[in-house]
Design a protein around this ligand. Structure first.
Ligand code: PHE
Length: 346
């Protein structure tokens, strides 16, 4: 046998042995591979070693040296594979692992029912041409009360009905003198956004604003100190109460169903005149969803509009109530408990 053939046989042996050892997935298959390559009787290494006898005497030295190197390399590959299996690492595959079993699905988070409701309401109102406006949750008394025609001595300003903040938050006031007493509070209604939009834009205006409001109510099945409102505001010329009712009826039919009826009851809000409570007839019962009315001339004056020229309506509906009615949720606290068993149903 030529030296050349002998050496390439050795190379082949080394690479076969190395891949067999490192590919062994457990102690038994590693042992089988060891017998195949290093077995004292019929091991492949032994076979190649025997071929050394047929090498030309002048090549023997070189052939013998290489044989030793390969022997060491194969032995090392075996020890390394053994160690890897014993330490649980390497390419070890759990013998109890069954790749044909269905996997465990990773749990995906999803959108909170209130956010889903907000998206849905935004979509319905968007089809009627209402754009989304936003305002801050930390407000000043001018936007939350004064500009909305809520005078200093009005009970709505009572500290017991509002979250006044101990430190005045930066920003918020539009101009000096518009900050009330310079206090700030968590807004108690989204009507503040009406003021912000009218201060910044000229009519015609057609916006909705969906966001959090805060009132110090003790939590029970229907109250929570934080909840959401959908405010609507439309300002133009010759706007009437009939327009208001049409918009709210179309909205109710889209969100709650074709058979839902709408009813206005006389009410009072400082910032609308006349004012109404809005009820929807749902499964045979009238349910109050919020307030509405025609913008009070004093509000137009506060934002610099001419009440002789423009008219408009506003409404404020409770988002939780809408969401709860639609989905048959009976306790508002469930929405904010963070309990996945509840939330995963939506
Ligand atoms: N802001 C009122 C409330 O929180 C609702 C409302 C909005 C009433 C707009 C009239 C017009 O109860």
């Amino acid at each position: 046998m030529s030296l050349q053939n002998f050496l390439s046989r050795l190379d082949q042996l080394q690479s076969d042995a190395e891949s067999a050892f490192s590919g062994a997935s457990n102690a038994e298959s590693l042992e089988e591979a060891r017998v195949v390559f290093l077995g004292a009787k019929n091991g492949q290494f032994k076979d190649v070693q025997k071929m050394l006898g047929g090498i030309e005497p002048t090549d023997k030295r070189a052939a013998g040296m290489r044989l030793n190197e390969v022997k060491n390399a194969i032995n090392e590959a075996f020890s390394a594979a053994k160690e890897a299996l014993e330490s649980g690492g390497g390419s070890q595959v759990d013998p109890t692992f069954d790749p044909s079993l269905p996997g465990t699905r990773p749990t995906l988070g999803h959108i909170h029912p209130i956010t889903q409701t907000i998206d849905h309401l935004t979509e319905i109102m968007g089809r009627m041409g209402f754009e989304v406006a936003e305002g801050p949750e930390v407000e000043d008394p001018w936007h939350n009360f004064v500009a909305l025609n809520i005078p200093e001595d009005h009970p709505a300003r009572d500290p017991l009905d509002n979250f006044y903040l101990a430190t005045a938050a930066a920003g918020g006031a539009d101009a000096p003198g518009e900050t009330g007493e310079g206090e700030s509070l968590l807004r108690s209604q989204t009507s503040t956004v009406q003021i912000r939009v009218m201060k910044a834009h000229q009519p015609p205006i057609r916006i909705i604003s969906l966001g959090r409001v805060y009132r110090p109510d003790a939590p029970d099945a229907t109250h929570f100190p934080m909840f959401h409102q959908m405010e609507g505001l439309l300002v133009d010329t010759n706007v009437t109460m009939a327009n208001l009712k049409t918009v709210l009826r179309v909205f109710a039919n889209n969100y709650l169903g074709d058979d839902v009826e709408i009813r206005f009851r006389p009410s009072f809000f400082p910032f609308t005149e006349p004012s109404v409570e809005v009820d929807f007839l749902w499964n045979g019962t009238w349910i109050e969803f919020g307030g509405a009315g025609m913008i009070d001339p004093n509000v137009f004056e506060a934002v610099g509009y001419d009440p002789e020229k423009v008219s408009g309506f506003a409404f404020g509906l409770g988002v939780e109530r809408l969401c709860m009615r639609r989905h048959g949720i009976t306790d508002i606290r469930d929405l904010y408990s963070g309990d996945l068993r509840f939330l995963q149903q939506f």
